[in-house]
Design a protein around this ligand. Structure first.
Ligand code: NDP
Ligand code: A1CAB
Length: 273
C-alpha cells in the first residue's frame, strides 16, 4: 500500500511533483494537497485527481510523509502552526530553496526525520532532477523510499555536504528556466529570419532535446559531440565563435554563481535564529 503523502502548499513545484507521481501510478487517494485559496482546489483536484484542503493540520495529521512546498519566507510560520500535530514516525521533505536542515529541525521542535530536497518542474513530465540530503533521523529504508519516489518523476542525486545544495539549485533546480530563456531567444531569432512561431519552436526545442538525449545516452565527451557538428569554417563554427566572443562562458558561470549565492542568502534570511 502506498504511504500517505501530504503536500503542504500546492503551487508550481508541488503540482509538478504530484503530476509526476500520478503519471507514474501513485494512488490518488494516497495524496492530499493544501493551499489557502480554496478557489484553486477544484482545478487542482480535476487536474491531478487528488483531494485538496485549506487545513494544513488536517492534511498533516493523516500523512506518513509531508512535503513542505511553500515559499522559503513562509516556511517557518507554516511549520510552527503544525508543531503539535507532528509525530515522530513521520518523514518531512522540504523543497524550499536555501532553507537549512537545522532551521527545519528547530521549527519542527521534535527529533523527526527530515530531508531537504531541490527538485525541478520537469518532474511534471517525468524528467525531473532532484538533489537530496537527509538529517540524522532518516533511516536507510526511508532513504530508499525517497529515492524511489523522486525517481518515479525523474532522477535524483544525494549530496554529502549541505552546502552542495546551493550548487544543485544552480545546476538543476533553477536551470530549466535558463534553458527556457535560451529557447525563447532562439525561437524569436527564427521568427526574425522568417519562420512561423510553431516551426521555429519545434526546430529549436527538438534540437535542445536531441542534444540532451545524446549527452545522456552516449558516453562521449560533450566537447567531442560539439566538435562533431562543427565543420572547419562552417556554419556551426560561425555560431560558436559568436557565442564565445559574446562571453557565453562568463555569462553562464556568473548566472550559476548568482543562483547559488541567492540560495545562500535565502538560507541566512530565513534561518532559525
Ligand atoms: N518553482 C520551481 O521551479 C521550484 C521551486 N522550489 C521551491 O518550492 C517552493 C514553492 O515554490 P513554487 O511552487 O514555485 O511557489 P508557488 O507560489 O507556486 O507555490 C506555493 C504555494 O503555497 C501555497 N501556500 C502559501 N501559503 C500557504 C499556507 N500557509 N498554507 C498552505 N499553502 C500555502 C500557495 O497557494 P495559496 O496562495 O492558495 O495558499 C502557493 O500556491 C519554494 O520554497 C521554492 O523554493 C524548489 C525547486 C524548484
Ligand atoms: O526561483 C526559486 O527561488 C525557486 C527555487 C529553484 C527554482 N525556483
Amino acid at each position: 500500500m502506498s504511504l500517505k503523502i501530504a503536500f503542504v502548499g500546492v503551487g508550481n513545484m508541488a503540482s509538478a511533483m504530484i503530476g509526476g507521481l500520478r503519471a507514474s501510478g501513485y494512488a490518488s487517494d494516497a495524496i492530499i494537497g493544501t493551499s489557502r485559496n480554496a478557489d484553486k482546489h477544484k482545478s487542482i483536484e480535476a487536474k491531478h485527481g487528488v483531494a485538496m484542503t485549506s487545513d494544513n493540520r488536517l492534511a498533516v495529521e493523516q500523512a506518513d510523509v509531508v512535503f513542505l512546498c511553500v515559499k522559503p519566507n513562509m516556511m517557518r510560520d507554516v511549520i510552527q502552526d503544525l508543531v503539535d500535530v507532528v509525530r515522530q514516525d513521520q518523514l518531512f521533505i522540504s523543497v524550499a530553496a536555501g532553507i537549512e536542515l537545522k532551521s527545519l529541525a528547530a521549527w519542527l521542535t521534535k527529533p523527526v526525520a527530515i530531508i531537504r530536497s531541490m527538485p525541478n518542474t520537469p518532474s511534471l513530465v517525468g524528467c525531473g532532477m532532484s538533489g537530496l540530503i537527509a538529517n540524522e533521523f532518516v533511516s536507510d529504508s526511508q532513504k530508499q523510499w525517497v529515492s524511489d519516489v523522486f525517481d518515479s518523476f525523474g532522477s535524483h542525486a544525494w549530496v554529502q555536504e549541505e552546502e552542495q545544495m546551493h550548487t544543485v539549485t544552480a545546476l538543476s533546480g533553477s536551470a530549466p528556466a535558463y534553458f527556457f530563456r535560451v529557447l525563447e531567444v532562439m525561437i524569436e531569432a527564427g521568427q526574425t529570419q522568417g519562420l512561423d512561431a510553431a516551426t521555429s519552436r519545434k526546430l529549436a526545442t527538438q534540437a535542445m532535446k536531441g542534444a540532451a538525449a545524446m549527452v545522456e545516452e552516449l558516453d562521449d565527451d560533450i566537447a567531442v559531440l560539439r566538435r562533431n557538428i562543427t565543420s572547419p569554417n562552417g556554419t556551426t563554427q560561425a555560431a560558436l565563435e559568436t557565442l564565445e566572443e559574446n562571453g557565453i562562458k562568463a555569462l553562464f558561470s556568473s548566472a550559476v554563481d548568482a543562483c547559488s549565492n541567492r540560495s545562500k542568502e535565502l538560507g541566512k534570511e530565513f534561518a532559525s535564529e
